[in-house]
Design a protein around this ligand. Structure first.
Ligand SMILES: Cc1ncc(COP(=O)(O)O)c(C=O)c1O
Length: 377
């Protein structure tokens, strides 16, 4: 049997919640959406949350809520899934990539500080593998340059940064609920903020910018059916059926975190003494909910170790090819070599299996195989 790098944990409560929602009056736009949003806001310690159809939709909605001007630029981490950058471009921004820290893989505030200009509207950090970025330092740079801080927390719902919840620190934070993530709604995502204005914009963008409140309408006497569009948006509404799954899942978030922490510690114990590999770093002021277990394989042996593990049924992954290496960015003139630390990180990285339901015997098999791969010279 093969061992995936990530997998959802679905139990009978999840199944019951989805089945109940299916036999209710609401498949979408019903009460289960607000219920899920309240649960997300409680975890993120924010005044609200806007549930959307994916982490990508959440990023697109977040950039829309931050109202980028035509000449705006956005500084983005290159060590991320392409959506962090592509949704900024879809929102009309020019994207510039700032290199990452060697140890955490998170965007380096010193480099961001040296790149920020009056045109910089957003600094987009990614909590790589679940480890929060340097949020306080980035917030100071953002404030100084008149920019906003966006935290792509696709990996890190449930993590704490200096005792504060991921979600309550950046101006706007986004989550993904894809099946491999810390909790799932099958597909899904959310935008959170402590600023109600961003939340209102996000809510409007999620649903075509439709205005149903008569007080806000330009032509309220048109008739009871009337609704108006004051600004453009899309349909990024998360259905009730998926919200029901999300609410059931989020109630077990602390259990998932404890399991992921156990998996993390067992890897550290089992691989700590090995040469030729670097294990993930944890800064002492963060309490991460680990989404990935990213190791770095030295001496140009990443491909060989990756192939060995795959051949033995361990379905490891690589996260991530630097975003600007994608041909779309290359065709726009982004050059390899631009962020050498992220490129080196990518060239050495392998994500070992990490999920709440990973059993100890499967994990020990992974450990044995990594040891075998590295001792086999
Ligand atoms: C860092 C990061 N940002 C954004 C996304 C996009 O999330 P989704 O797959 O839910 O659209 C992902 C998911 O892969 C991600 O890992």
């Amino acid at each position: 049997m093969s061992i995936p790098y990530g997998h959802q944990s679905i139990n009978d409560d999840d199944v019951r919640a989805v089945v109940e929602s299916l036999s209710s009056d609401w498949l979408t736009m019903g009460p289960r959406v607000a219920e899920f949003e309240n649960a997300i806001a409680a975890v993120a310690n924010t005044s609200g949350a806007v549930a959307v159809t994916s982490g990508t939709a959440a990023l697109h909605t977040a950039y829309a809520a931050m109202q980028l001007e035509a000449d705006a630029d956005v500084i983005v981490s290159p060590l991320t899934f392409v959506a962090t950058a592509s949704t900024a471009i879809l929102s009309g921004a020019k994207v510039r990539f700032a290199d990452v820290h060697e140890d955490t893989g998170n965007i380096d505030p010193e480099i961001v500080g040296s790149m920020a200009t009056p045109q910089t509207r957003v600094i987009a950090a990614v909590d790589y593998a679940g480890h929060p970025a340097d949020l306080d330092e980035l917030a100071v740079i953002a404030r100084k340059s008149g920019a906003l801080l966006l935290e792509d927390a696709a990996h890190s719902i449930g993590s704490l940064y200096r005792g504060r919840a991921v979600g309550e620190i950046a101006d706007v934070t986004t989550f993904s609920f894809f099946p491999t993530k810390n909790l799932t709604s099958a597909e899904g995502g959310a935008v959170v903020s402590t600023d109600n204005e961003f939340l209102e914009h996000a809510r409007s963008f999620r649903s075509h910018g439709l205005v149903r409140d008569k007080v806000q309408q330009r032509y309220p006497d048109e008739g009871p059916w009337h609704q108006e569009v004051h600004q453009l948006g899309l349909n990024y509404r998360l259905p009730d059926v998926l919200s029901a799954l999300g609410t059931s899942q989020i109630s077990r978030l602390q259990q998932f975190k404890a399991s992921r922490t156990r998996v993390f510690s067992r890897y550290v114990e089992g691989l700590n003494d090995l040469d030729g590999i670097t294990l993930p770093t944890q800064r002492d002021y963060v309490d991460p909910m680990w989404h990935l277990f990213p190791v770095r394989i030295h001496d140009g042996r990443r491909r060989e170790v990756f192939d060995f593990l795959r051949a033995h049924g361990v379905l490891v992954q690589v996260n991530y090819i630097p975003a600007y290496w994608h041909p779309y960015f290359e065709d726009l003139g982004y050059k390899r070599g631009m962020c050498p630390v992220a490129e080196r990180y990518y060239s050495e990285e392998i994500s070992l299996p990490m999920f709440a339901g990973l059993g100890t015997s499967d994990q020990d098999r992974v450990i044995e195989l990594v040891r075998a791969a590295l001792s086999d010279n």
